[in-house]
Ligand binder design. Structure first.
Ligand SMILES: *Cc1c(COP(=O)(O)O)cnc(C)c1O
Length: 423
């Protein structure tokens, strides 16, 4: 398609966008009484209007039924979380039984490492990407120390090549082969939070499994953004938060994937609690743990319903629309955003910015600002463009296909140009 950087063209794209009506399903914050241009769906997705109903329903059942709500609420609380597994399985390419919803992301990664990181004297190393998301770095370091290991010797980071802004799959695979028999675990962000790169999860998983390591994925930026086939890729485990592209609300429940080969087993290490034991016998309060036959075996506590209910509401939207339609729009809107950025770069005199996101991308473009710095970022924010800033000089733009419009992209370009020229 031949793009044009005009309002009329952007409006034409909106008019033929099959997802256009979904914009109405979300609450938009306002700046200067105008709906913002929201580029931070990769950080906190907008609130679906239907979420309130789900939360209100729990509040009502709690008020009217109190403890009886566990079994007699419209959606009983004791197995409320089970409703999320099927729609989530479609989003991440898994079998329903391989999915559970619980806790928050970093907590879940720690819990999954209890099962999937069991270092021995020989096989103890962990491969991750350099400059992984800080929480992941702290998690890996503290896990190494917990096992009495030196993080510097245990954690092997795959670097980008000098002068390049992305990781090469061949370098990751080469590192996996090199560490080989010493490699216990590969744990990488499936979509990098900083440069927006989509890793070749299939190839990396295959390489990790081939040397006998476990392979897990942090999908904070992957879920609801890119096509995932966790089961077919043969990943051992994965976890994600739900408040970024999945719009479930601040800090709300996380999801996990555990490959079916680990389900129904008592012989794998796992931290256990009463919500992981078989529900048929749970309330007999017996001392023996009988793991649920699905990924719910990793559940510890009764579910935080007020944190799970918004996730169910947002999953209903994903169920309606489907990942393929979202990905189709995502590809077009990101391409249009890139086109607008290039047009604006040509219109202002000197070259001012550089897109550091490689072609293997999802929803996010990370833009390196040459010499513009934080003043431009502030100008954008003051003019209703919500984006975010990462040191040293990068703004991240993620036009979520659920609710961003092509007109947003055009208007953003105009504000950006004004901001650069105003300097
Ligand atoms: C957002 C994000 C997290 C957040 O972790 P929480 O435990 O939900 O606070 C972790 N890892 C990555 C890669 C992220 O992008």
């Amino acid at each position: 398609m031949q793009f044009e950087n005009t309002l009329a063209f952007a409006k034409k794209l909106d008019a033929t966008d099959p997802l256009r009506k979904y914009r109405e399903e979300f609450h938009f914050p306002k700046v200067n009484e105008k709906e913002v241009i929201y580029f931070t769906g990769n950080s906190l997705g907008l609130q679906p209007k239907r979420t309130k109903k789900y939360v209100d329903e729990v509040m009502r059942d709690w008020a009217e039924l109190a403890v009886e709500g566990h079994f007699y609420a419209e959606k009983p609380w004791w197995d409320y979380h089970e409703r999320l597994a099927e729609p989530l399985a479609k989003v991440v390419g898994a079998k329903t039984k391989e999915i559970s919803v619980m806790n928050t992301l970093t907590v879940n990664l720690h819990l999954l490492m209890v099962s999937f990181y069991n270092p021995t004297a020989k096989r103890y190393k962990i491969i991750c990407e350099e400059k992984a998301f800080p929480s992941d770095q702290y998690m890996l370091q503290s896990q190494a120390r917990f096992h009495g290991l030196d993080p510097n010797d245990t954690i092997v980071e795959v670097k980008k090549r000098s002068g390049e802004h992305f990781w090469r799959t061949e370098d990751i695979v080469a590192k996996i082969d090199e560490v080989g028999e010493e490699l216990a675990l590969v744990l990488i962000g499936g979509v990098n939070y900083y440069n927006g790169q989509v890793m070749d999860m299939e190839a990396i998983t295959k390489a990790g499994k081939a040397v006998g390591a476990n392979v897990g994925w942090d999908l904070a930026h992957g879920v609801g953004n890119v096509e995932l086939k966790l089961h077919d890729w043969n990943a051992d485990f994965a976890a994600w938060c739900s408040y970024k592209y999945m719009n479930s609300g601040p800090g709300n429940a996380s999801g996990i994937f555990v490959h079916e080969r680990y389900l129904g087993r008592k012989d794998i290490p796992r931290f256990e609690g009463w919500w992981g034991t078989k529900k048929e016998t749970r309330f007999l309060m017996k001392p023996e743990f009988e793991p649920m036959e699905n990924a719910d075996a990793w559940q510890l506590s009764n579910a935080p319903i007020l944190s799970v209910a918004p996730y169910l509401a947002s999953l209903e939207l994903f169920e309606e629309v489907g990942m393929l339609a979202l990905i189709e729009k995502r590809n077009t809107i990101v391409a249009y955003l890139e086109f607008v950025l290039k047009e604006i770069d040509d219109e202002v005199a000197e070259s001012t910015f550089e897109i550091i996101t490689p072609k293997e991308r999802g929803c996010q473009l990370s833009v390196f600002l040459h010499g513009q710095g934080k003043s431009l970022f502030n100008y954008l924010m003051e003019n209703g463009v919500i984006t975010d800033w990462r040191e040293p000089n990068v703004i991240r733009l993620a036009p979520a296909p659920f609710y961003c419009s092509y007109e947003d992209m055009y208007r953003f370009g105009q504000i950006l140009k004004d901001g650069i020229l105003a300097k």
